[in-house]
Design a protein around this ligand. Structure first.
Ligand code: A3P
Length: 353
């Protein structure tokens, strides 16, 4: 049986856990993602096996404080953007923009993931020394988040993105960090797996719906954002995040242009041009630069056929019927252009989600 991939320096306590994990893995359905990543189905979600132990440690040991902020996403849904914005909003009275730690550290270093950073090397790291408000992030589905996140007064922000752009963005990300000896499946085969729900932290629709329903149940606890909405009106969404966190911008701050300053500083263009993001690596294996690409709504039209898009539309309709959630798959201008040039995508400009 395949063994769980080990991070380079595992502590002794983590070593002790490995047999327990191997036993658990034997009971789970297994798949290999289109890029060769081993997946195991745990609580109805396809989790990368290398994250299974850190996810179980997060569930077992993470004790949320009322002041914590947890940023939750599927990969390639706007995580980097949300981390940067949230960090700037929360620390705006500590750092001016020209002193921002984001100038010298990638957003993923500043706001760590539970599964690939915080709990990856130690089973139960001491997080008490981190000053409040602590900001963490995760791709863990809602139903397997640690109980203390649900039970405390901490705030959760979820950002998602239309599935077509998320799929294409993820494919670019994986291919740009690909190890030489890995031969990924074709676009068609990968899309087919995505539509079957076999995807890292997927199925897509179950991940999004878990957080959507949690938001409907308690909007004060969970803010639900969409990448496309941030692209359309970033000022409104920065205000929304600040208000949700109980840190609204004062009139004076608004008049000083604080919101625009954060918006500009956290833009794809600004962050991707910082030296640290042009050159650095995360965990020695992921290029910082790979977190920044086009950052557009509707880039999928350059890669997917209308038949594929139609398939996704039908899938979303069936999976998410009645949820009340909608996704824009174009920005307004592209949508108009596509009408002008008669490209037959206009009937799927909005996907129910
Ligand atoms: P594209 O591949 O479509 O360009 P994540 O941050 O969840 O890993 O998602 C990465 C996607 O978000 C990429 O999309 C990337 O270009 C985009 N992105 C990263 N930083 C961004 C920012 N500051 N503003 C807008 N989009 C950003």
């Amino acid at each position: 049986m395949e063994r769980i991939e080990d991070p380079k320096c595992l502590s002794a306590e983590v070593e002790d856990q490995k047999d327990e994990l191997q036993e658990l893995l034997q009971t789970l359905d297994r798949q290999t993602n289109w890029n060769g990543t081993p997946l195991a189905k745990h609580n109805e979600f396809w989790l990368p096996t290398r994250f299974l132990r850190p996810i179980l440690s997060t569930q077992k040991y993470f004790k949320a404080k009322d002041t914590d902020i947890i940023l939750c996403t599927l990969p390639k849904s706007g995580t980097t953007w949300l981390k940067s914005l949230t960090f700037c909003i929360v620390t705006r009275n500590i750092y001016t923009i020209d002193q921002s730690p984001l100038l010298t550290s990638n957003p993923h270093t500043i706001v760590p993931f539970f599964e690939s950073n915080v709990y990856s090397e130690q089973e139960n790291p001491d997080l008490e020394h981190i000053p409040s408000p602590r900001i963490f992030s995760t791709h863990i589905p809602f139903n397997i988040l640690p109980n203390s996140i649900r039970e405390s007064q901490c705030k959760v922000i979820y950002i998602c993105r239309n599935p077509l752009d998320q799929f294409i963005s993820f494919r670019h990300f994986i291919l740009s960090n690909k190890e030489k000896d890995v031969e990924p499946l074709s676009m068609d085969e990968a899309f087919n797996m995505f539509c079957q729900g076999i995807d890292m932290f997927g199925p897509f629709w179950d991940h999004v719906l878990g957080y959507w329903n949690a938001h409907l149940n308690d909007p004060q606890k969970m803010l639900f954002l969409k990448y496309e909405d941030l692209k359309e009106d970033i000022t409104l969404n920065i205000k929304k995040i600040a208000e949700f966190l109980g840190l609204p911008f004062s009139l004076e701050e608004e008049n000083q242009g604080k919101i625009e300053e954060i918006s500009r500083f956290c833009s794809n263009e600004s962050l991707s041009n910082m030296e640290v993001n042009k050159t650095g690596m995360l965990l020695g294996q992921t290029k910082n630069s790979s977190y920044f690409r086009k950052g557009e709504v509707g880039d999928w039209t350059n890669y997917l056929t209308s038949t594929m898009a139609e398939r996704m539309k039908k899938l979303m309709e069936s999976k998410l019927e009645g949820s009340g959630l909608m996704f824009k798959t174009y920005n307004k201008i592209d949508c108009e252009r596509r009408w002008q040039f008669g490209v037959p995508f206009s009937n799927i400009s909005i996907l129910p989600l």
